[in-house]
Design a protein around this ligand. Structure first.
Ligand SMILES: C[S@@+](CC[C@H](N)C(=O)[O-])C[C@H]1O[C@@H](n2cnc3c(N)ncnc32)[C@H](O)[C@@H]1O
Length: 268
């Protein structure tokens, strides 16, 4: 594994996404609460994933994390496969599934080299994952390869011109006198795992150019609106102050497209 990817793996192996903030216990109640909190904060996932539509279909999720969305596909009756770069995520999802009596073929694997034959899945779903892997275009090519003709990809990656990016830039560029720091560098160094990327809508269209069709929309998130704890890396007095004075209504009214999440629905 390259040192870049090893750094990503190490980051997510210290705590899976949302584990520190929202998983109080690794039992049924703990996973239930984490899932409820997830959809309270990110309700648009339910419409985007559209779990019920995949009953009886072959579904692959890349980057299962704590397994909340994976549970949605399983409960809807999909024939399910899930991968994640870290054993920690796979173990969490296996534990959730064991407690709930659900089934999936789960294993540690790399999005850039998926261990599946071409034309295997009706849906490849991935929420907040492919911008973390060092070679995102290669991972997207893998998504296309394992999809059947006419199959769907539903992928969330980060959107560059977001309020989260703007706030991080103020904190790590403006307030430290390094005003020439690019947004790319800010996301890579200060958001989550090292090397995290964010894309403009035009860049995302290019990433999915080989798909037959591609629809993209951005979403203002709880992070852009400072409505929640802001991820496992960000705490402190400055953030508490920003949370108290952040003009949420104005942001919603004037910058509805400046959300961190970019939701991409593409067809092979
Ligand atoms: C922000 S978390 C998202 C997890 C989950 N989808 C969610 O929404 O909670 C990012 C996940 O991507 C996984 N990941 C990063 N690079 C990966 C790769 N190359 N292949 C598979 N998973 C990867 C990490 O291990 C981590 O679990």
């Amino acid at each position: 594994m390259s040192s870049d990817k090893e750094a990503v793996r190490e980051f997510w192996d210290r705590a899976a996404c949302g584990e520190e903030l929202y998983l109080a216990s690794r039992d049924l109640e703990g996973y239930r609460r984490q899932r409820a909190k997830r959809y309270e904060l990110e309700p648009y996932i339910l419409e985007f994933a559209d779990f019920g539509a995949w009953k009886g279909k072959d579904v692959l999720e890349i980057g299962v994390g704590l397994g909340a969305d994976h549970q949605g596909f399983a409960e809807a009756g999909a024939r399910l496969t899930g991968v994640d770069l870290t054993e920690r995520a796979v173990e969490n999802t296996l534990r959730r599934f064991e407690l709930l009596g659900l089934k999936s073929d789960l294993r540690a694997a790399d999005a850039e080299v998926l261990p599946f034959a071409a034309n295997t899945f009706d849906l490849v779903y991935s929420w907040g994952v492919l911008h973390h892997t060092p070679d995102t275009p290669r991972a997207i090519e893998e998504v296309r390869r394992v999809l059947r003709a006419g199959g769907s990809a539903r992928i969330m990656v980060y959107h560059k011109h977001s309020m989260v990016g703007f706030m991080l830039w103020i904190r790590y560029a403006l307030l430290t006198g390094r005003v020439f720091t690019s947004l790319d560098e800010i996301y890579a160094r200060h958001l989550e795992s090292p090397g995290t990327k964010a894309y403009t809508v035009a860049e995302a269209r290019r990433l999915f150019a080989k798909f037959a069709s591609c629809e993209i929309r951005t979403v203002l998130t709880h992070g852009d609106l400072l409505e929640s704890e802001s991820g496992q890396r960000h705490r402190g007095a400055l953030l508490s102050l920003a949370r108290a004075i952040w003009p949420r209504r104005l942001v919603r009214a004037l910058c509805p497209a400046a959300g961190l999440f970019m939701l991409i629905a593409a067809t092979k």
